[in-house]
Design a protein around this ligand. Sequence first.
Ligand code: NAD
Length: 516
Amino acid sequence: MTKATNFIDGVWREGSLGTLEMINPSYGTKIGEIARSGASDVDLAVRAANRAFSSVWKQTPAAERSRMLRKAADLLLHHADELAEIESADTGKPLRQAQNDARQIVRYLEFYAGAAEHIHGDTIPVSAEHLVFTKRVPLGVTGHIIPWNYPLQMTGRTLGAALAAGNATVLKPAEDACLAVVRAIELMSKAGFPPGVINLVTGTGEEAGQALADHPGIHHLAFTGSPEVGAHVMKCSAAHIRPVVLELGGKSPQVVFADADLERALPVLVNAIIQNAGQTCSAGSRVLVQQEIHDLLVERLADRFRSLAVGPADGNPDVGPLVSEKQLERVRTFVDEAVTAGAEIAAQATVDFAPSGSPSQSYPSPDSTSQSSHSLETLSPDSSAPDSSAPDFPSHGFFYPPTLLTHVDPQSTIARKEVFGPVLVVIPFRDEEEAIRLANDVEYGLVAAVWTENLGRAHRVADAIDAGQVYVNGYGAGGGVELPFGGMKKSGFGREKGFEALHEVTAVKTYVINKG
Ligand code: NAD
């Protein structure tokens, strides 16, 4: 059982409002507590960050910031297995995926350690009498509100860029899952950052998040989460004339033409929606397929969906539970309403409590796990253990079976809204023109993919789709730490990841030296 506190000004402190329970979504059992923070805790953190920025961090050379980030990356790498276990138990993502996330936070810090020394300005030729040059300077204190779907990765990507650029930071992770973030911050705090440069305040969105969004001492706010809360924090920031970066998810299309290499596409199409049980902002949640191969593709996808292993995260299934009961209800409602509106379930996986690859392992009942001192402890068989033949989903974990939907009206809710669950819709199109129209006919524009062997068409369609990232004959590029990432339309604005993120958390300052 983990009890986590805030990290403010280099000191671990209790939250002023008490604690919040953390639940393991595979079993619905308590695995820890975090600090429940309010405005006073946030205020302490923001003040500490401002003091650290002006007294020491602003003057710290880029080479030293780089060295600290690299040391932090090494510390995280050394504890990657531990971080992955915590992340998996806390979020419900299969251990294998959490292990990848633990490597990714390391990669983010390594990348931004390298980038820190390459934040350059320009010289601008104006006249013989003037020397004009620019510097990229940090903004001051950056606030970071992150969600529960990739806590470790998001911590790395958002803090890495801000710290590399010389900002002091206040991080507010999500109340649904943040135990691995607390451990990561503890490790990073040993890398030599001055007190107050990295602050962590946990708690609910309405309390800690709102206080951070309202605080006048924040000079930039990075938010990842729902469009509703994104719009709200943008309004709060407007009151302070403060820049924001908003990453608000998507309904990303994968456009499959009849000439596509289906063998290559199939595993990618499936993985793009089942990874992290579909709770991924860039999930490929809409397959648009050319009419001629619609039935063939549905049949092949359906085979794969039926064979997916769904179960507790520590059994390393293909798909784990959703993060919370609230999320489970949300996904269930989306699918139920889609079916009522005329969509057909072409295939659904079975929620099976036998873990993939280790049939002899048994899974604990909720009661027995709650007394466990270790979140991943495996207990002996129990008569109340779930019955894998039961038709309903296990009541004590937040499982939803990967679901493939066809006969979906492109105007319906399921075709247009972000479900944030393992639910894939397949919609046919006639030709290139209709494919582009359907791909763009949603409010979002985060990621897209085009599957075709025709080079000209690949370029035409990639150009025509409104999305921050477009892939051709693939989806994702090994984590994408180096690739600018962010949305168009209601997916948000501003860019994270890559070098581009450094531009968001710096301002260009122009110097004009009169030589006369
Ligand atoms: P959310 O937007 O409520 O939460 C995201 C973060 O914002 C959390 O840290 C939360 O504590 C914080 N927050 C909430 N209210 C706040 C407020 N008033 N002021 C400041 N911060 C606040 O998202 P959710 O309710 O956890 O999930 C709902 C839906 O949002 C999901 O189903 C999904 O569609 C979408 N979502 C998208 C992403 C993404 O990666 N883009 C991540 C999580 C959720």
